[in-house]
Unconditional design. Sequence first.
Length: 339
Amino acid sequence: MTQRILLTGGAGYIGSHTYAALVEAGYEVVILDNFSNSARDVPDRLELLLDRKIKVIEGDVLDRAMLDRVFAKHDFDAVVHFAASKAVGESVKEPLAYMQNNIGGLVTLMQAMQAAGVFRLVFSSSASVYGNNAQLPIAETAERSYGNPYGHTKLVCEQIIEQTLASDPRWAVGVLRYFNPVGAHPSGLIGEDPAGVPDNLMPYIAKVAGGELPCISIFGDDYPTPDGTGVRDYIHVCDLADGHVLSLRSLFHEGKGHVVNLGTGRGYSVLEVISAYAQASGRDIPYLVAPRRPGDAAATYANPALAKEMLGFSARFDLGDMCRSSWEWVSTQAQSADA
């Protein structure tokens, strides 16, 4: 029988790409989203992309009564949990809101899952749980810490999962520590569409390339890196989506959980990303050098060996692919707005 998956936050950036990957892998998927950080036309775009009707429930994972109704109505086999707030800068300004949404949302969801007898979960974690001082490349055995409230919430969520697993052997949880998701679906139908000024590098560059913002600020050019700018591990969102399919498949087949990095194992500097995006878009991308930001690490990139060993995961796309797919998405959006 087809396995049925609840996808919380499934209309968001990573969630929508994972929805497409799960459906293409043969799963039946229901989206749960409150649309606080996702566009309401995403389900329509997914229907166009996949040529099928999308099942969407509007609701918040903090609403236990609603969750109980959803689990009672649908016979789910597993949950993939994306629904969370994710902007580092915003988390510094609104730590209580992040604690409530990210930590409270996970607890409420797991309580509803337990009551419904659903014990397979793929959890959207983050490389932010390593803080800024891990030895490179970063392996899953690195000591965990945090540099901001967002990272703190992800670390606490991981600890909650660990304590739950220790108390009840029925649980099987895949904890996926993302590095920096970028890019868009090759169809140009779904991609990253942050509201307001983006908090992350590539969507900011995309808005500069598209003429929406005047230039990009590079925060520090005196780091101990090849060109002085910060180095990060960027992973194509479609590779990331495939990682969730592999994680879920492992939970079903192996019956036990895992904690793995999802990254490429290769770091790219800010200047390298700007150059690659300029080449992909054919646009000049002006930039200014600004002082370093407190808490920023010089370089972070993954050791992805464990994900390959445990899940068979390896990234397919390089930086050029990431930039080209992002620009295709941005260009398609601009053309639709002009039409």
